[in-house]
Design a protein around this ligand. Structure first.
Ligand code: FES
Length: 149
């Protein structure tokens, strides 16, 4: 697992390979900046600061985060946190809370995370896409209970 930082004089973008689930959402949104066919794969000079910040804040796994070095606002962690199950996949978490793995190690989910719900991940508590090979069934979305009569 690698952690890397890409920087300009105004912005640092941090990438944690241990959290990345390779959805490719960043590349689909801004291929000029996030492109695994180029080296380094993040080219901050190819996009505007606002575009890059928006893409990073939409990274579902939290593998991408940023630190603004200008006077602009840092990403705010959503309060309260929300957890949404992804059909046939992980829980999408937005916000911060502490998760303890089976070894007792704790992780902060903020500002975003994808947590394994299939049980097959080799990177617990995070999803590592093993659900695709494990035959994980699609459980229905969590919804509010019906109103009482
Ligand atoms: S939900 Fe993705 S590896 Fe378990």
């Amino acid at each position: 697992m690698a952690k890397r930082t890409y920087a300009t004089d105004q912005l640092e973008v941090h990438w944690d390979s241990g959290r990345c689930i390779h959805t490719g959402w960043c590349a689909k949104a801004l291929i000029e900046v996030f492109n695994t066919e180029q080296h380094p794969w993040i080219q901050l000079d190819a996009g505007s600061l606002e575009e890059i910040v928006e893409v990073v804040e939409n990274c579902p796994s939290g593998a991408l985060t940023y630190t603004r070095l200008d006077d602009g606002p840092q990403e705010r962690t959503q309060v309260p946190a929300t957890i949404v199950p992804w059909p046939k996949g992980p829980y999408f978490v937005r916000g911060s809370f502490e998760v303890e793995d089976r070894h007792g190690e704790t992780f902060d989910t903020g500002p975003r995370a994808t947590l394994c719900r299939c049980g097959a991940s080799a990177n617990h508590p995070f999803c590592d896409l093993s659900h695709r090979e494990s035959g994980f069934a699609n459980y229905p979305r969590v919804s509010s209970p019906p109103e009482a009569d």
